[in-house]
Ligand binder design. Structure first.
Ligand code: HEM
Length: 179
């Protein structure tokens, strides 16, 4: 049994917590646009505060990532795979920050209240306008698909490292040992 380089415990806690939160958001979002009336309102009341929490945690996580070195990828990994890994990681950071901002901006543009919980609303971040609302609504939808696909690719790669290559990459995030 050999030890592997692992991410900082704080980074690992944020990683697993946020992966559950993001997956929940994607399903709540999809559920929202396919529901009407009471269920729609209930799902949206979860979607807004959870999305803003993801935004705040993503900023904290990005700050931590930029100031703490990540364990290196295995030296024998092909260059294109390293490039794809780094590209998808930065894409996930970008989406965790951009999606909530677009959601918030979309509601502002639609002149809807951005209520996080009863009695607490966020201020609008964009001027109201139907064309801007429609544009952001489409952007939120297409980026949600991109988020979902990137998430799936990321999970697939993690499983490939953990089950096939068994090279310690998955363990660097679970904190386990590589045997
Ligand atoms: C990580 C953050 C977020 C994710 C992953 C996410 C995901 C989604 C998804 C998958 C949809 C359905 C898209 C579709 O098929 O049309 C959606 C819709 C929506 N989201 Fe988000 N979202 C996030 C953040 C936010 C935030 C912070 C807000 C508002 C403060 C927001 C407001 C909305 C609204 C208003 C809709 C449309 C609801 C409807 O038309 O019924 N989202 N979101």
């Amino acid at each position: 049994m050999s030890r592997v380089d692992t991410f900082h415990p704080f980074a690992r806690v944020l990683h697993w917590l946020m992966s559950i939160m993001v997956l929940t958001m994607l399903f709540v979002g999809a559920g929202m646009v396919t529901s009407v009336e009471a269920k729609h309102a209930w799902l949206l009341s979860i979607h807004r505060p959870l999305g803003i929490t993801i935004f705040i945690l993503a900023l904290i996580r990005l700050g931590f990532r930029l100031t703490h070195k990540a364990p290196p990828l295995p030296a024998d990994m092909p260059e294109w795979q390293k490039l794809a890994a780094h590209g998808s990681h930065w894409m996930l950071y970008g989406l965790m920050i951009l999606m909530p901002l677009i959601g918030w901006g979309m509601l502002s543009a639609g002149n809807f209240p951005v209520t996080l919980w009863s009695g607490f609303q966020l201020p609008p971040i964009l001027p109201a306008g139907p064309a801007l609302y429609a544009w952001l609504r489409e952007a939120h939808r297409y980026l949600a698909w991109l988020f979902f696909l990137t998430f799936l690719a990321h999970m697939g790669a993690a499983l490939m490292h953990g089950l096939i290559r068994r090279d310690g990459v998955l363990q660097s995030m679970t904190g386990g040992s590589n045997d």
